[in-house]
Design a protein around this ligand. Structure first.
Ligand code: IPD
Ligand code: CA
Ligand code: CA
Length: 291
């Protein structure tokens, strides 16, 4: 696959085909470890699990980038910043990749098919990561989600749109617990209670990047979650926006992937509905550590 990658010299970003091929190839690699007896370690600091498949996937993606885009910076969940020769944050104009080698590692480690590979590539503009290309691949279904800034969002090459229809009582909205525990977990549970009482159903699937992709595809009407990291949201953020949705943080400001730890995503009216509830709960729970 390496030989088939050609750098797009006009933009220096990967084409949608390239980034999609990379995510799918990493997904096929992880599939070789799925439901097998593999090494699983606990990360220190209650940061969840890492398996040998996560490490192999990240190494594969980083090698592809180093070979085809040697000047680009990479932020990978398992190895942090690289390609810059230091752990410094990227500089203005740098082209940056943000990788989640397996999103949904707990699911993966249990043989649960709700997991994906998430790859984003963009540029540092005015101190922020501006995503240009995104790909999310679910190995179990072989579904490939791609998006290019100002190019649209696609599921297996076909255009996709967020699900803007239906009244609230017909909506299905996804969220997650992330690392919330104790009083911050109480905040998540209050959110679930509020939404579950008003909509068709809240879903907790355990892979934020895939939840965002499914929201961009219109399977979920919206997604919200706090205490996430850049690699959980970088690709999904562009998928949602290119599928006609919006992404905000819990303050209701435009989502910024390198600084925000929470995201509210979906069609604009679903996002306003979710934000209204989140804002009310933030005031109710202001003495807790949520969100
Ligand atoms: C996790 C998943 C999960 C979310 C966690 C993330 P990982 O990512 O996206 O849905 O609730 O907070 O850390 O660790 O499986 O890549
Ligand atoms: Ca993740
Ligand atoms: Ca991960």
């Amino acid at each position: 696959m390496t030989g088939s990658l050609h750098q797009d010299s006009s933009t220096n970003f990967p084409s949608l085909q390239q980034i999609g091929d990379m995510a799918a190839a990493a997904g096929r690699l992880t599939a070789g470890y799925f439901r097998r007896d593999i090494r699983i370690d606990e990360k220190s600091g209650d940061l969840g699990l890492v398996t040998e498949a996560d490490i192999a996937s990240e190494k594969f993606l980083k090698n592809e980038i180093a070979e085809n885009f040697p000047s680009h910076r990479v932020l990978g969940e398992e190895s942090g910043w690289s390609n810059g020769g230091s752990n410094d944050l990227p500089e203005e104009g740098d082209i940056v990749w943000i990788l989640d080698p397996i999103d949904g590692t707990t699911n993966f480690s249990k043989g649960n098919i709700f997991h994906c590979i998430s790859v984003a590539c963009g540029k540092m503009v005015n101190g922020k990561f501006e995503c240009e290309r995104a790909a999310v691949y679910q190995p179990a279904t072989q579904d490939l989600y791609t998006a290019g800034r100002l190019q649209g969002a696609f599921i297996n090459g076909q255009p996709m749109r967020v699900n803007a229809g239906q009244e609230a009582r017909r909506w299905s909205v996804a969220t997650g617990f992330s690392s919330n525990k104790g009083d911050s977990l109480h905040g998540v549970i209050r959110c679930i209670e509020e939404f579950q009482n008003k909509i068709l159903g809240v879903r907790i699937n355990g892979a934020a990047a895939l939840d965002l992709a499914l929201t961009a595809r219109g399977i979920f009407n919206g997604f919200f979650e706090s205490r996430l990291s850049a690699w959980d949201m970088a690709a999904g953020d562009l998928l949602i926006r290119e599928a006609g949705g919006i992404t905000l943080n819990y303050q209701g400001r435009p989502f910024d992937v390198l600084s925000d730890k929470h995201i509210v995503a979906g069609p604009a009216h679903v996002v306003s509905f979710m934000l209204e509830t989140l804002t009310r709960l933030k005031s109710e729970l202001k003495n807790t550590s949520w969100p």
